[in-house]
Design a protein around this ligand. Structure first.
Ligand code: PGA
Length: 251
């Protein structure tokens, strides 16, 4: 049985003191049967970690460089994240690809480095609005999945989660319908089967992300190939995040 994972991507929100408060509110949500992860900004990690200490809530970061250390101003290493208490790291989020020059190749390098250090990777893929309209969704997803997972082993895939996030649905309030989301998540699973075997595909958690909220989470998570959510806006509201976690627990 693959894991259901509900992860909150806080993006560039919350100062350290605000992060401590939000993490403390999330730490009060104790009654869940799925994996729950929060991914605050780097400077908030220690504070969030302290607030969730002793609970089952896990900590993640939003990016990780491929080098161990060195002259990479503004970047962060896997060792730094691990020592700050991270178990997960988001790689290749569409905002990184759109605004910070992230490519399939750098996504792959970051993924391999994070896995080699023992982090679990939430690898994001997703098509732009124009790509969906042009009917190229599957070819875009296929390229991102193949290149993002290039040279990984089936063993390493045990620590990889794929997040399908259609770019047109992120932060827009325009959620993909559960059928649209299911169709692509199922397609991603078929690609993983082709690359790593049917067993690995069955075990891999595939999340949906893009305006998932307290209202639509249950319906999306009821789909057979949607094993969790990567949540932005709604992850900043503890009451809403709690409802999404409950929907994940019911899966
Ligand atoms: P959203 O963001 O839930 O605010 O749409 C999701 C994401 O970008 O991970």
């Amino acid at each position: 049985m693959r894991k259901t994972i509900i992860a909150g991507n806080w993006k560039m929100n919350k100062t350290p003191s605000e992060a401590a408060d939000l993490a403390a509110a999330i730490a009060k949500i104790t009654d869940f049967q799925c994996e729950v992860v929060i991914c605050p900004p780097f400077v908030d990690l220690f504070y969030a970690k302290r607030a969730i200490e002793g609970t089952a809530v896990k900590l993640g970061a939003q990016n990780c460089h491929w080098a161990e250390s060195g002259a990479f101003t503004g970047e962060i290493s896997a060792d730094m994240l691990i020592e700050a208490g991270c178990e997960y790291v988001i790689i290749g989020h569409s905002e990184r690809r759109q605004y910070f020059g992230e490519t399939d190749e750098t996504v792959n390098r970051r993924t391999k480095a994070a896995l080699a250090k023992g982090l679990k990777v939430i690898l994001c893929v997703g098509e732009l609005k124009e790509e969906r309209e042009a009917g190229t969704t599957e070819s875009v997803i296929e390229r991102q999945v193949r290149l993002g997972l290039k040279d990984l082993t089936a063993e390493e895939m045990a620590n990889v989660v794929i997040a399908y996030e259609p770019v047109w649905a992120i932060g827009t309030g325009l959620t993909a319908t559960s059928e649209q989301a299911e169709e692509v998540c199922k397609f991603i699973r078929s690609l993983i089967a082709e690359l790593f075997g049917a067993g690995t595909a069955e075990e891999t958690t595939i999340q949906y992300g893009g305006s998932m909220n307290a209202k639509n989470a249950a319906e999306l998570l009821a789909m057979p190939d949607i094993d969790g959510g990567l949540i932005g806006g709604a992850a900043l509201k503890p009451e809403d995040f709690a409802v999404i976690i409950a929907a994940g627990s019911a899966k």
